[in-house]
Design a binder for this molecule. Structure first.
Ligand SMILES: Cc1cc2nc3c(=O)[nH]c(=O)nc-3n(C[C@H](O)[C@H](O)[C@H](O)COP(=O)(O)OP(=O)(O)OC[C@H]3O[C@@H](n4cnc5c(N)ncnc54)[C@H](O)[C@@H]3O)c2cc1C
Length: 405
């Protein structure tokens, strides 16, 4: 039987895995089986420049459609995999069709976390994960209209900034005492709240929502304190959950993500996994991580492809991430969870350019750089090399950046 690698997914990790398989010399068949009807596309622009439809769907494609044809990668799109039959090495689609594999890759990513607020079934209440969601959102946005964004995480704040830039009245509702509470420091949270306010976006924290109001279409959001915020659209962005059902039903080890080893192998070594759906060990931080980032989807997919080609190379990448809001480019190098000290280079309370260095004891964990590409690039390099930085030199902007690490 000809070798056949079936990749379940169809997004960043799937596209990279398929391309890397060919680069690494995989000569057998490759099929990407994805629920999304569109060939793999960049998701980050969906909350940024592409939210208003400025970019066509075609502009978002990770690779042109011809790439898959040229590289003999079969795209089976708009097809949900219902089951993995590990004993007979085949996947079963929702319509009952079966595809046999010799090797399987899971790149099932993440799905939005839904919250049971009364009224969340009204038209105009939207989530944002894929292109179909973006198309749906576009029906309800436009200059002069009102938006309520539930959730002050990166995606909620980015979408809020994009809608505000379109001339909409935007309010962000956050249940925690500050935005971005799960992922960053109070200094960065306060900075983003200030900038959103300066741009005319209202940010309400410690908010409890009673219900989303409307008849057929959404008309507003009622808070527990009785206040009603008018809304033509309510965008809910309260995080994602790893898509692990298939893996779990197939008896693979799952624990807040599909558990993989350093070679991206699941508990069944004929099956690899990569991207948002995995939980893996990161040797730089000596901890288990489940990341939601393009960097991880791409880098882990390359490792998985090598593994499938018999070239075992351990995954050892520094996590990095970015977020664009208004004229702010945030670039994050490293992983700041567990920090006990933040040292700022530049002023976070005025202007729009500074960097936050996160430490645990003497160890530099991560850097959040806002409109500071040089700090980001250097931090990315030195963190990967395990270097730390001198807090006394960080704060002194007269010290050359190269001399703080
Ligand atoms: C609006 C938005 C903005 C973002 N911005 C940034 C950013 O600025 N920077 C950054 O680093 N990251 C960003 N991200 C996160 C980034 O897009 C993800 O980390 C990345 O998409 C992960 O890729 P993935 O291939 O692992 O999973 P996903 O992109 O989640 O793709 C998984 C795919 O698998 C398919 N699938 C799942 N189950 C099945 C099944 N049973 N059968 C068939 N197909 C299935 C899904 O339909 C989906 O298409 C953003 C995400 C969103 C939604």
């Amino acid at each position: 039987m000809e070798k056949h690698c079936v990749i379940i997914g169809g997004s960043h990790a799937a596209a990279m895995l398929a391309a890397s398989l060919r680069q690494e010399g995989w000569e057998g068949m490759i099929s990407i089986v994805g629920a999304d009807p569109t060939p793999p596309y960049h998701r980050p622009p969906l909350s940024k420049g592409a939210l208003n439809g400025d970019k066509s769907d075609n502009d978002l494609l990770i690779r042109p459609a011809e790439f898959y044809e040229k590289n003999n990668i079969d795209l089976v799109l708009g097809c949900d995999v219902a089951k993995i039959d590990r004993n007979n090495k085949k996947v079963i689609l929702h319509d009952g069709a079966e595809i046999a594999y010799t090797r399987l890759a899971l790149t099932t990513g993440a799905k939005v976390r839904k919250i049971p607020i009364p009224g969340s079934g009204l038209e105009g209440v939207c989530y944002l994960r894929d292109l179909r969601d973006a198309h749906q959102i576009r029906k309800f946005i436009g200059s002069g209209k009102s938006a309520v964004v539930i959730g002050g995480g990166y995606i909620g704040l980015e979408a809020a900034a994009s809608m505000r830039k379109m001339g909409m009245n935007v309010t962000v509702l956050e249940a925690q005492p500050r935005v971005l509470a799960r992922v960053t420091s109070p200094e960065i949270s306060a900075f983003y709240t200030r900038v959103h306010n300066e741009e005319g976006t209202q940010v309400l924290t410690d908010v409890s929502i009673e219900q989303i109001e409307g008849e057929k279409f959404v008309s507003g959001v009622r808070l527990a304190n009785g206040r009603v915020l008018p809304a033509d659209i309510v965008l809910i962005g309260v995080g994602v959950l790893p898509a692990t059902e298939l893996a779990e039903a197939a008896g693979l080890e799952v624990d807040n993500g599909i558990v993989v080893d350093e070679f991206a192998r699941t508990s069944d070594h004929d099956i690899v996994a990569a991207g948002d759906c995995t939980r893996h060990y990161n040797p730089i931080y000596d901890t288990q991580l489940r990341l939601e980032s393009v960097q991880n989807a791409n880098d882990q997919a390359k490792v998985a492809a090598k593994t499938l080609c018999g070239k075992l190379e351990a995954y050892r990448a520094l996590p990095w991430f970015w977020s664009d809001q208004y004229d702010l480019k945030l670039q994050i190098a490293g992983f700041s969870a567990g920090f006990d000290n933040v040292v700022l280079r530049g002023d976070a309370t005025e202007g729009r350019s500074f960097a936050a260095f996160y430490f645990k004891g003497d160890k530099l964990l991560a850097v959040d750089a806002i409109n500071r590409p040089k700090e980001f690039m250097l931090a990315k390099r030195f963190l990967a090399e395990g270097k730390t930085a001198d807090p006394g030199r960080i704060v002194d902007e007269s010290v050359d950046l190269n001399d703080i690490f």
